[in-house]
Design a protein around this ligand. Structure first.
Ligand code: GRF
Length: 193
């Protein structure tokens, strides 16, 4: 049997700021047989992000960059180019990428958002869904453009909101679905390249 050496895999970068459960899940998915992608780098806006432990554990190069100045953007773009990154997956990345960054990256940028977009862009999605008495919430993977949580939707997964749910229990249920949805959406994008 010929083992994959990763030569033909699409190189992606995952951008995180916090726990990194989606990052970990994308690592697992990249390590599956027949996976079409590999994670070249993880970028964190925060040097204390819990999710950076997976960079150590799985030996994935890390970059700390808040993408908050022209210079920081420039440095990051050049690193992404050097690493031959074609897709960025935002996964709980708490910074907004500028129009200029998106244009200069010249690749695909995806994000996962914990609501059924276009409902509840931005923060506190779970309490907003509960307070609106919605029957369902869920998660969305979408392309990133310069407007917050507004790019073309790739895939969504609905989750039923039960009477007993609060924002914590709903977040937990949705996060489990995010872990299924993100690799699925990424593979859909890859199969169209
Ligand atoms: C997820 O709910 C994601 O949808 C949102 O931020 C959270 C990140 O979780 N954008 P994790 O850091 O991947 O565990």
């Amino acid at each position: 049997m010929i083992k994959s050496n990763g030569l033909n895999k699409i190189r992606i970068a995952v951008f995180i700021s916090g726990k990194g459960s989606n990052f970990k899940n994308l690592i697992n998915s990249s390590n599956k047989r027949n996976s079409k992608f590999q994670i070249g780098i993880v970028v964190s806006s925060n040097s204390n992000a819990e999710g950076l432990k997976y960079s150590k554990k799985f030996k994935i190069k890390k970059i700390i960059n808040s993408v908050n100045t022209n210079l920081a953007e420039k440095i990051l773009i050049s690193k992404l180019k050097k690493e031959k990154i074609r897709i960025i997956c935002l996964a709980g990345f708490m910074k907004i990428l500028s129009k200029k960054f998106i244009k200069n990256f010249n690749g695909i940028i995806l994000n996962i958002h914990p609501s059924l977009l276009p409902k509840y862009k931005g923060l506190n999605t779970h309490s907003r869904a509960i307070n609106s008495d919605d029957q369902y919430s869920g998660c969305t993977v979408h392309y990133v453009n310069s407007k917050l949580d507004s790019g073309k939707i790739i895939l969504q997964k609905k989750v039923k909101i039960l009477k007993k749910d609060n924002s914590v229990s709903l977040a937990k249920k949705i996060l489990l679905q995010e872990h299924i949805l993100y690799p699925k959406a990424l593979n859909k994008v890859l199969s169209n390249l």
